[in-house]
Design a binder for this molecule. Structure first.
Ligand SMILES: *[C@@H]1O[C@H](CO)[C@@H](O)[C@H](O)[C@H]1NC(C)=O
Ligand SMILES: *[C@@H]1O[C@H](CO)[C@@H](O)[C@H](O)[C@H]1NC(C)=O
Length: 633
C-alpha cells in the first residue's frame, strides 16, 4: 500500500513538473504574440472572465431589480431640491421669449408622454416563473465551442422558458398596441401647431448639438468624474451632461464648482418635468438611463455608463457615416439573443420562421453556405429568421443615438423600461447575464423599423491572474471596439460578396464554412490589425475607492498590484494610473466634497484617512510601475 501511494505521489509530482513546463511554454508562446496565439489567448481570457462575471448574480438568485447594481438609487430616499437660491434652470440665462415658450410646450410634451406611458402600462404582475424544461441554463456565445448549444435558441426552446399565460399575453398585447397608437398620435408636429409656435419650435429643435451623457448620482457621481477626466485626457472636447437622479440639491459642489472646469454640467429631471410630474411618478434606478437620454439637451448623444472609460478621442464620432446613416449604434454583449418568441406576439411583429436570413452576426454570407450542413430549419436559432431582432444581445455601457431621428425609439424604450422589472426585462433576456435595460433600445428601434448598426467585433476583456487563488483569471473590465473601424470591415464584407456568391472564400472554406470562418476573416484576421479598443467598461469591480479599500482588493501580501495588464491592447493607456492619480488629487489632496464618500464612510475622518492611504499607495504603485507596464505584454 505504502509503496503504491509513494509511487503515485512520485507520479503526481512528475506530472506537476511536466504541467508546469508545458504551461510555461504555452504562456511564453502566447507572449510571443503571434496573431494566432493572441486570439487563442484572448478567447480563453474572455471565457474565464465571463465565468467570473456572471456567477455572482446566479448564485445569489438576485431579483431583476437587485441585479441592476449599475444604478441603485431611489428617489424616495433622497431629498428633493427646493432651494430657490440654487434652483437649476438650464434656460435661465436665455432671454429669448420664444425659447421660453418652446420650453413650456416641451415640458407639456414630456408630461403628456409620461402620462401616456403610465396609462398604457400593463397592470398585471409578472410571476417571473420559468418552466422546468427551459434549456437556458447558462449564456450562449458564438465561438465554435458554443455551436453545440445553439439548439437551445430555437423558437420552441426559447418559447419554453418564461411563463406567460394566454390572458397575460392578451393583456400585454392590448396595452402595447394602445401605447404605440398613442405614440403615433404623440406627433411632435401636432404639438407645435397646437402651441402655434413657429416651425422651428418643435421638440426636434429643442434637442441641439452633440454631446456625452453620463448617469451620476451617489457613487456614480464620483465614477462619472473619473470617466470625464479620462475623456479630457484624450482631448475629447464634446460637452458633457451628468444626469443627477437624486434631485437638484445633491452633489451641488461637484455640479457647480468642479464640472464647469471640464466643459460639463449637471442635468436634472426638473429640466423637462414639473415637480408635480416628478412626484407623481416614482422613477427608479432602472429608468435612469432612458430618462437621462430624454433629459439631455443634446441632439446626438453618446450615453456612457459612469464606470466606462473612452480611451480614444471621440470628437469625430457623430460625423461618421455609420452614425449619420443609422442614428443608433449598439455594442455587443458576449451572448446570443434569448428574447422569448412571445415578445413578437405581444408587439405584433411579423416574422417568417421559414426564411433564415443570417447566422448570428453574419447577415452578409448567403445563408445556404450554412444551410448546406444545417438543413433542418428546426434546429436554427430563432433570431436568425426574417423579422426577428438580430444578434448579438446588447451591452449598453455605451450607446450612440440621434434623438431627433430616434425620438420614438426613445419614447418606446422608456415604455419598456417603465415596465422592465415587471415584464420586459425578462421578456427580452430570459435570465441572461446582465438582464436589464440593455435590449430596450434595439427592441424599440426594431419595432419602429428605424435603422441601427450593431458592432460585429465581439467584446474583449482585461484582467489578471489571481496569485491568491491558483492563478485563476479574473477579468476586471469589458473592452469595446471602435465602431467606425468595425463598420468599415463589415462594409468590406458586403462589398466582397457583391459579385461573388461566396465572397472571398475558397471552395474548401465554403465546404466547411462556419460563423467563425466569416468572423475570423473579417474581424480577427491574422494579416490585419485588430479593431482598436474604444471603451473600457470597468464594471467588475468598479473604481469605487470605498469598497476597494474596505475589501483590500488588488493587494497581495500587503502589496498593491495592477489589475489591467495588457496596456498595448488598450492603446497604451495607463487607466489605473489615471484613475488612482485622479482620486489621490481630488478626493485626498484637494478634498473635493463627494457626498457619497462621506455617507459611505459614516463621516468618520479616521476611515477617510485610511481610504486615502489605500488610494495614495495605489497611485504611487502605478507611478512606480508605469514604464514596466507599458513595455510588457
Ligand atoms: C437559488 O435558487 C436555487 C434554485 O431555485 C435554490 O436551490 C437556492 O437555494 C437559491 N439560493 C439562494 C442563495 O437563495
Ligand atoms: C492632448 O493635448 C495635449 C495638448 O495639446 C497633448 O500634449 C496631448 O498629447 C494630447 N493627448 C492625447 C492623448 O492625444
Amino acid at each position: 500500500m505504502l509503496s503504491i501511494s509513494r509511487r503515485v505521489i512520485k507520479f503526481v509530482k512528475l506530472a506537476l513538473v511536466l504541467l508546469l513546463i508545458i504551461s510555461i511554454i504555452i504562456v511564453s508562446t502566447n507572449y510571443s504574440e503571434t496573431a494566432n496565439d493572441a486570439v487563442a489567448y484572448y478567447r480563453t481570457s474572455v471565457q474565464e472572465y465571463v465565468d467570473t462575471y456572471i456567477l455572482p448574480d446566479k448564485e445569489n438568485n438576485k431579483s431583476d431589480d437587485e441585479a441592476l447594481e449599475d444604478i441603485e438609487l431611489d428617489f424616495e430616499n433622497i431629498e428633493k431640491g427646493n432651494d430657490d437660491e440654487f434652483e437649476h434652470d438650464m434656460f435661465a440665462d436665455q432671454e429669448n421669449p420664444t425659447e421660453n415658450e418652446q420650453i413650456k410646450s416641451v415640458s407639456e410634451f414630456f408630461h403628456h408622454m409620461f402620462k401616456t406611458i403610465i396609462n398604457y402600462s400593463p397592470t398585471l404582475k409578472n410571476s417571473k416563473t420559468y418552466k422546468e424544461s427551459c434549456l437556458l441554463n447558462g449564456d450562449i456565445g458564438t465561438r465554435p465551442d458554443n455551436y453545440k448549444d445553439w439548439y437551445k435558441l430555437t423558437k420552441d426552446n426559447l418559447g419554453d422558458c418564461l411563463e406567460i399565460s394566454d390572458d397575460e399575453l392578451a393583456h400585454l398585447r392590448d396595452k402595447h398596441a394602445e401605447f404605440v397608437l398613442a405614440l403615433t398620435g404623440m406627433d411632435l408636429q401636432e404639438l407645435t401647431t397646437a402651441k402655434e409656435l413657429s416651425e422651428d419650435n418643435s421638440i426636434n429643435s429643442y434637442y441641439k448639438n452633440d454631446g456625452i451623457v453620463i448617469v451620476g448620482g451617489d457613487k456614480y457621481t464620483l465614477l462619472a468624474f473619473l470617466s470625464i477626466k479620462t475623456l479630457r485626457e484624450f482631448n475629447t472636447t464634446l460637452p458633457i451632461e451628468v444626469f443627477i437622479p437624486n434631485g437638484e440639491s445633491y452633489d451641488r459642489k461637484f455640479c457647480n464648482d468642479l464640472l464647469p472646469q471640464y466643459n460639463a454640467k449637471c442635468i436634472y429631471l426638473s429640466d423637462i418635468l414639473s415637480e408635480e410630474t416628478i412626484e407623481q411618478n416614482q422613477f427608479q434606478g432602472y429608468q435612469y438611463k432612458s430618462l437621462a437620454i430624454v433629459t439631455s439637451s443634446f441632439a446626438n448623444v453618446l450615453l456612457l455608463d459612469a464606470d466606462n472609460f473612452a480611451i480614444t478621442n471621440l470628437d469625430d464620432i457623430f460625423e461618421s457615416k455609420v452614425f449619420k446613416d443609422n442614428g443608433l449604434v449598439l455594442w455587443p454583449d458576449f451572448w446570443r439573443r434569448t428574447t422569448t418568441p412571445k415578445y413578437y406576439d405581444i408587439a405584433g411583429i411579423n416574422y417568417n420562421p421559414s426564411n433564415r436570413v443570417r447566422n448570428s452576426i453574419d447577415d452578409v454570407s448567403p445563408t445556404e453556405i450554412y444551410n448546406n450542413r444545417e438543413n433542418d430549419l428546426d434546429n436554427i436559432p430563432f433570431h436568425d429568421f426574417e423579422g426577428t431582432l438580430p444578434d448579438m444581445s446588447t451591452e449598453s455601457g455605451q450607446l450612440l443615438i440621434n434623438k431627433n431621428k430616434h425620438l420614438k425609439t426613445i419614447v418606446l424604450s422608456l415604455y419598456y423600461n417603465f415596465n422592465g422589472p415587471n415584464w420586459y426585462y425578462s421578456i427580452f433576456s430570459q435570465r441572461a447575464a446582465g438582464e436589464g435595460d440593455k435590449e430596450t433600445f434595439i427592441a424599440a428601434a426594431h419595432y419602429l423599423e428605424l435603422p441601427f448598426y450593431q458592432i460585429r467585433t465581439g467584446p474583449g476583456v482585461d484582467g489578471y491572474f489571481k496569485k491568491e487563488d491558483n492563478n485563476d483569471y479574473r477579468g476586471v473590465g469589458i473592452l469595446q471596439h471602435n465602431f467606425i473601424q468595425d463598420n468599415a470591415r463589415y462594409e468590406k464584407a458586403v462589398e466582397d460578396y457583391k459579385d461573388k456568391k461566396f465572397g472571398p472564400f475558397t471552395e474548401e472554406q465554403v465546404s466547411s464554412f462556419t460563423l467563425d470562418t466569416f468572423y475570423s476573416h473579417y474581424f480577427e484576421s491574422k494579416s490585419t490589425k485588430e479593431v482598436d479598443v474604444m471603451f473600457i467598461h470597468a464594471n467588475y469591480p468598479k473604481f469605487d475607492p470605498v469598497s476597494l479599500y474596505k475589501s483590500k482588493d488588488f493587494m497581495y501580501n500587503g502589496d498593491h498590484f495592477r489589475s489591467y495588464n495588457n496596456l498595448k491592447r488598450i492603446n497604451n493607456f495607463d487607466l489605473e494610473l489615471c484613475v488612482w492619480g485622479t482620486l489621490k488629487e481630488f478626493v485626498c489632496s484637494n478634498r473635493i466634497y463627494f457626498p457619497y464618500l462621506n455617507h459611505a464612510l459614516d463621516d468618520d475622518e479616521e476611515e477617510y484617512a485610511k481610504m486615502c492611504k489605500y488610494i495614495s499607495d495605489r497611485a504611487d504603485h502605478m507611478e512606480a510601475t508605469h514604464k514596466e507596464a507599458l513595455s510588457s505584454d
